[in-house]
Design a protein. Structure first.
Length: 277
């Protein structure tokens, strides 16, 4: 039995490439004891990566049916990746308190910009992020990451999610320090301030970008060392968008955690359970 799993997993209900039963069958083949689904929650904006609000009931119905079909072989958990959009009440939009979720992954993909009086993308293609920084932040990469960490702190404080997704996703399209230098004291101060607002959440060690041939793992080794120093627990997840990436590069994630000082990760199987390395 494989000791690891992923609960950061996307189906065709949002921006994944496979259906739930395909992921479940692959998870069983790999010997996983459990798996969790966390499609992007609907948001009150027109974004093609998010689930449609009208699909939420069908999402729950399908995954509950999968539990009946596969429940004797694997534990299946239902969650959402819940975006934080400054000034918009995403929870109210989806009647969050009425949903019977097993877990929530908190995330920030879009940043409010006064320059455009709207939202600029912190994630996506290089072209999309470059455009967001140029149009939304006047080409100022420092202003971009400051806004990101400010928004991330708001998300953590308001949502208090089980897990914080891709903590330093602003590094994804900053290869070669294109927009800012993450080694500066100023950048590190924003990281530190954000880590300090974490109460009960786990930091995700996310291999999703690597599965798409982008040489970035979240968070950086520096941030993981700071997490370790603050005794913030971590959980390795694949942010999976297709079946072949279900446990992608977990060996590299564990190596990074060991270098940062960790001797364990946590796996969600109804509750968070420690897995020693």
């Amino acid at each position: 039995m494989n000791r690891f799993n992923t609960i950061h997993l996307h189906t065709r209900y949002s921006d994944g490439l496979n259906d739930s039963h395909e992921y479940i069958e692959e998870a069983i083949r790999l010997g996983l004891k459990s798996i969790g689904f966390s499609d992007h929650a609907p948001v009150p904006l027109k974004y093609d990566w998010a689930m449609k609000k009208e699909d939420l009931p069908r999402y729950f119905d399908e995954l509950n049916y999968m539990r009946k079909v596969y429940g004797n072989k694997i534990n299946i958990y239902i969650g959402l990746e819940l975006d934080y959009l400054e000034g918009l009440d995403v929870k109210k939009y989806i009647d969050f308190d009425q949903l019977n979720l097993d877990f929530v992954i908190g995330t920030v993909h879009y940043l409010y910009s006064d320059w455009i009086d709207g939202f600029a993308s912190a994630d996506g293609t290089q072209e999309r992020v470059d455009k967001a920084i140029i149009e939304g932040f006047g080409g100022d990469g420092v202003a971009f990451y400051k806004k990101y960490y400010q928004t991330l702190r708001q998300m953590i404080t308001e949502y208090n999610p089980l897990m914080i997704a891709h903590f330093d996703i602003v590094e994804k399209r900053n290869i070669g320090k294109k927009w800012f230098d993450a080694d500066t004291d100023e950048y590190k101060a924003h990281v530190e301030a954000t880590l300090d607002v974490i109460k009960d959440s786990y930091i995700e060690v996310n291999t999703g970008a690597m599965a798409k041939d982008i040489d970035v793992m979240y968070p950086s080794e520096y941030i993981l060392r700071r997490c370790c120093a603050k005794n913030i627990p971590v959980s390795v997840n694949s942010d999976c968008h297709f079946t072949s990436a279900l446990l992608f590069a977990y060996d590299k994630a564990i190596d990074r955690l060991k270098r940062a000082g960790y001797d364990c990760s946590y796996v969600f199987d109804g509750v968070m359970k420690k897995v020693k390395f």
